[in-house]
Write a protein that binds this ligand. Structure first.
Ligand SMILES: Cc1cc2nc3c(=O)[nH]c(=O)nc-3n(C[C@H](O)[C@H](O)[C@H](O)COP(=O)(O)O)c2cc1C
Ligand code: SF4
Length: 203
């Protein structure tokens, strides 16, 4: 990892802004620990190779460990998006890599880009004001609302529309990247595709 980053820095030169997403710990037995990940990052930082880091997990059992479903879904949004099983359930906390971001900042002082389940302008503002992160990154909200950044700049407040159901991720590599909950007819298509794939596996 360090060698790759060194080579990129050598290629782009000193003054070029260079940020990287790095998996700082594995979720498998005997894998990279957070301590080891932070040690590596500190060494990279000591060489002045990166301008910012976007921390995440590395080797996983399940992609949902890095891309958690149903973040920030309230009962009304669950109902509107036909997530009936979520109406009375609480999803994971928003900004779920915030503790990781805090560790990175405390240990390296490197500017941090926080990603993972950022779903409301209240959390966006609070994270930046707290200093836990310097930049925010979102993936799924941009799939559902490609102009979400412009909307926020223009005054949009509250939760983004994406309910983190991961239907777009399930289809990744098989078709265009799109939100499967808008329009609602896509959801029916999605349901049949998943059912078909499930039957194809002999269930
Ligand atoms: C359709 C899709 C494809 C993705 N592909 C990648 C990828 O190739 N590499 C990667 O590191 N993360 C990938 N991600 C993860 C996102 O970059 C992001 O870390 C994750 O979705 C959590 O952020 P969010 O809650 O804002 O969506 C993908 C996510 C989605 C929804
Ligand atoms: S399918 Fe739509 S609502 Fe579900 S995670 Fe993807 S963008 Fe969000």
């Amino acid at each position: 990892m360090t060698e790759v980053i060194r080579r990129i820095r050598a290629e782009v030169g000193e003054g070029f802004p260079f940020a990287a997403r790095l998996g700082l710990m594995d979720k498998v037995d005997g894998g990279l620990t957070l301590e080891e990940g932070l040690d590596r990052l500190s060494a990279i930082h000591a060489e002045g190779l990166l301008d910012a880091v976007e921390p995440g997990l590395n080797i996983l059992h399940d992609y949902a460990e890095n891309i958690r479903p149903y973040v920030g879904v309230g009962p009304l949004r669950a109902l509107q998006d036909m997530l009936l099983h979520r109406v009375f359930a609480r999803g994971p906390a928003e900004a779920y890599f915030r503790p990781l971001a805090r560790e990175v900042k405390a240990r390296t002082g490197l500017p941090v880009i926080l990603m993972g389940g950022i779903r409301s302008t209240e959390i966006m503002e609070e994270v930046l004001a707290s200093g836990d992160a310097d930049f925010l990154a979102m993936a799924r909200p941009f799939i559902r609302e490609p102009d979400i950044a412009r909307q926020i700049v223009q005054g949009r407040r509250g939760k983004v529309d994406c309910v983190s159901c991961n239907a777009c991720l399930i289809h990744d590599g098989f078709g265009p990247v799109q939100c499967w909950r808008t329009p609602k007819t896509r959801l029916v298509e999605h349901f049949y595709k998943v059912l078909w794939a499930y039957r194809g596996k002999g269930h």
